[in-house]
Design a binder for this molecule. Sequence first.
Ligand code: KIV
Length: 272
Amino acid sequence: MSIHKKDVKRITTHVLRSMKEQGEKIAMLTAYDYSSAKILDEGGIDVLLVGDSASNVMAGHETTLPITLDQMIYHAQSVVRAVKRALIVVDLPFGSYQGNSMKALDSAIRIMKESGAHAVKLEGGEEIAESIKRILSAGVPVMGHLGLTPQSIYKFGTYTVRAKKEEEAARLKSDALLLQELGCFGLVLEKIPAHLATEVSQSIQIPTIGIGAGQGTNGQVLVTHDMLGITKEFKPRFLRRYVELFDVIKGATEDYIKDVKAGKFPNEKESY
Ligand code: KIV
């Protein structure tokens, strides 16, 4: 039986687990504001991620590092107000959980209490196990994130494919198992070889969501601005654009300007 949008009123972490068990793929996108989240939710998206990619696509920063916990909460609050069906997951931003599990717990509790979101996502494996454990002990659902972890970009120095070498692949596999054992409800796998993502997805029971990780994961995620063609210059191989919104919006802006300059807007019907 399919769990497709008409059958389920609200997506929960349990629904995602059933989707994996029943072989139904999970569709996830990012959202940062009320109006976009409303459209994506009405479109039937399963999971909305209030990603720290807001730092890039909303604020114009080069990396995800500068965004703050307060800013993430602001974005999450806007998304929560719009959404009726999707599960809402919020990224814990850089500096709000690494190396200090008490701080991690405080950050996660702030997100849950102040935004009303349903879960948090953290980047990393064994090195953040204490933080994940503590957050889970408070009853907050946690999604993991392995492979390319953009908050560590200065450690790796490049956005290229991760875990191509056996040593890194072995570490990723053991981290995936660990995250499952700790109690994470799902796992994002970013920019790793497709065969590795498939192997990991088949070796654990929790759903995996891939981005640049091939077809073998239990779902896919994209940054909405990339999928909609708003971030025109960003063209990684894994990205499929479903519309060229940059050009559509630019064209509409040009038409509007022309009408205003020519005195054609507003017309009589648009006036009181
Ligand atoms: O912040 C984000 O948008 C993400 C996705 C790329 C998974 O973490």
